[in-house]
Design a binder for this molecule. Structure first.
Ligand code: SF4
Ligand code: SF4
Length: 378
């Protein structure tokens, strides 16, 4: 039964591609997004399908490098490469792209992407818990609503937004429940399994179905008396986002006999504790408050990431932490210093890996991960 759920998650991309094409044929709208800062609730409230477009393949990078500098994060190059080579069907189907001024590379990439598709860029302030930041971000969420209404020719009511908020809150609860299963020792799910399930939500054309599948998986595992997995070192992954196609560190770690019990990154647990507060009067303010609390390294300072990481080390009983930085991602690279200090202060081995999407360094990554696993005390 677990296998059936996993196959469903693994094939979600292909299945949803067919559904999205059908929806487009019937006049439906698709909005492409690249970051967890994008308030997808507003896209759902506009009656459109949000799809995640973050590039997770090395293939289109060479084409991107004809325009972009080589010394740039592979996620940005891959994302732009898919756009410029017209090889991502989800990009092709997108009526509008939404970007944010997060890291420098991404925001400058969106300027170039405007030559290919309509792009709306939200100006993200980089300070949490600040009145001026919140005011700016509330205005940006309102501006997004205006752009969606204009571009998709719809009217978005407050009620539409509250309903979409409820859907995304349910999705977050379901994802968190799935991740939290792995607090158990041994963990019922491998790192590759959580990654597969979590990643599939980026392509889901039907959020209700995705939520049901996640809840079904959680129920299924809760009813299994014993998962039969052997005890093994428990590794927590933090750092840059990882998806299917860029899972080499997760895969190698598990091939070496450890479990990646959880991922703190934005493709993992980073936003799962953040639910939109539904007790206020204005759904736009409620959304802005939630999104401004995301502990991404593009925020400065970014203390909540360390707080979250420490909680996760305890809750998931981590034996070691791997911090993954994609090459030329300066913000995560810089934060590695503080992350390393925190992990070592808890008496755990810490490994900072800087790599790209290629397989050229698999051997050296393997040696370094192996050496870290040997440092774990029995
Ligand atoms: S790491 Fe930060 S900027 Fe990059 S996709 Fe995640 S939330 Fe967005
Ligand atoms: S991994 Fe780093 S450099 Fe790459 S898009 Fe995300 S924040 Fe920007």
């Amino acid at each position: 039964m677990l296998e059936e759920f996993m196959q469903g998650f693994a094939s979600a991309r292909e299945e949803n591609l067919i559904r999205i094409k059908e929806a487009k044929d019937q006049g439906g709208k698709v909005v492409g997004i690249y970051c967890t800062f994008c308030p997808q609730e507003m896209i759902l409230a506009a009656g459109a399908i949000p799809v995640g477009l973050c590039g997770m393949s090395e293939t289109p990078i060479a084409a991107a490098e004809e325009t972009l500098p080589r010394n740039l994060c592979p996620l940005i190059k891959s994302s732009y490469g898919f756009a410029v080579t017209e090889t991502c069907p989800f990009f092709y189907f997108s009526d509008l792209i939404i970007g944010e001024t997060t890291c420098d590379g991404k925001k400058k990439m969106f300027e170039l992407m405007k030559e290919i598709k309509p792009v709306h860029v939200m100006q993200l302030p980089h300070l949490h818990n600040n009145k001026a930041s919140l005011e700016l971000w509330v205005n940006e969420v309102r501006r997004l609503k205006d752009r969606l209404e204009e571009e998709l020719q719809v009217i978005i009511s407050d009620q539409d937004i509250w309903e979409a908020i409820e859907v995304i809150n349910q999705e977050k609860r379901a994802l968190k429940a799935m991740f939290d299963l792995n607090r158990a020792d041994p963990p019922p799910l491998s790192g590759m399994e959580i990654l597969t399930a979590a990643w599939s939500r980026n392509f889901s054309s039907d959020k209700g179905e995705m939520i049901n599948n996640l809840n079904g998986l959680v129920r299924e595992i809760a009813h299994q008396p014993k998962n039969g997995r052997a005890k093994a070192p428990r590794v927590l992954l933090t750092g840059c986002p990882v998806g299917l196609g860029t899972e080499k560190v997760v895969r190698l770690t598990e091939e070496l006999g450890a479990y990646v019990v959880a991922m703190e990154n934005c493709s993992g647990y980073k936003t799962l504790e953040l639910l939109t507060d539904t007790s206020g009067d204005d759904p736009i303010v409620a959304l802005a408050e939630k999104y401004l609390a995301i502990p991404c390294s593009c925020m400065s300072p970014n203390p909540y990431r360390l707080e979250l990481l420490e909680r996760m080390i305890n809750d998931f009983q981590a034996d070691a932490v791997i911090d993954l930085t994609w090459q030329a991602c300066h913000t995560y690279n810089m934060e590695a210093y503080e992350v390393g200090k925190l992990v070592r202060s808890k008496g755990l081995p810490y490994l900072h890996l800087e790599t790209d999407y290629s397989s050229s360094d698999l051997e050296s990554l393997k040696v370094r991960i192996e050496a870290m696993l040997e440092m774990i005390e029995d």
